[in-house]
Design a protein around this ligand. Structure first.
Ligand SMILES: [Zn+2]
Length: 216
């Protein structure tokens, strides 16, 4: 891509051609972002539904965080390859039948405003919006990340949990009964759990989580 100012590159990346995001194959008359061959070869998690003691009603990670998904998620987040968002949303929607039926709102994991400003977008929101549309559910706003937690990768589980203490805040008296938290990658689950605790402290009775990939 030719040098240009940041905004221009962002637009070009977003308008990349409608072909398979993994192999570049153009699928005539097929609107999916992943071709059949690549779809079959993805590192699917079996079972996608993981046992979740305690806090979550249901916890799903669709694929494993390995090739080609890991590279795609990094390009999406750190190089603004936003054309991956529909592909990741398609992966999440492929697990829709595993979700509990009483979910009444979708919550993308909030980014701290400073990181969102630097990145230009919240990757979880980009993935969650099409999923919420698909499920016919509203996207929950008003939950914010009030602490700019350092990057979690490389930290032990104990340190991740400490890092996330008081990381999220929301208004009191939330009316949602069952919120589905959506993120791109789940590693120890510490972020999802911290967020779930805040929701439940403020009136939400049940929380489930859905991630594109599970790392580790
Ligand atoms: Zn392909």
């Amino acid at each position: 891509m030719l040098a240009g100012h940041d905004g221009q590159m962002w637009i070009l990346d977003f308008l990349a051609p409608q072909s398979c995001v993994f192999c570049g194959l153009t699928n005539e008359g097929d609107e999916r972002s992943i071709c059949e061959g690549c779809y079959e070869d993805l590192p699917w998690n079996e079972p996608r539904l993981s046992p979740t003691p305690g806090i979550f009603v249901s916890s799903i990670a669709v694929v494993h965080y390995s090739f080609p998904v890991d590279a795609a998620i990094k390009a999406f987040k750190f190089s603004r390859k936003l054309y991956y968002a529909p592909a990741f949303a398609e992966l999440l929607c492929s697990s829709a039948e595993l979700l509990p039926s009483d979910i009444d709102a979708v919550l993308p994991v909030p980014l701290h405003w400073r990181r969102e400003a630097t990145r230009g977008f919240n990757q979880a929101s980009e993935i969650a919006k099409p999923v919420a549309d698909f499920l016919g559910l509203p996207v929950l706003h008003g939950v914010r990340r009030q602490k700019a937690t350092p990057f979690q990768s490389g930290l032990a589980a104990k340190d991740r949990a400490r890092n996330l203490r008081d990381a999220f805040a929301t208004k009191r008296g939330m009316s949602q009964r069952h919120v589905l938290i959506i993120d791109d990658v789940v590693t120890t689950g510490a972020t999802m759990r911290a967020l779930a605790k805040v929701l439940m402290k403020n009136g939400v009775s049940k929380v489930s989580c859905l991630a594109v990939a599970r790392a580790g």
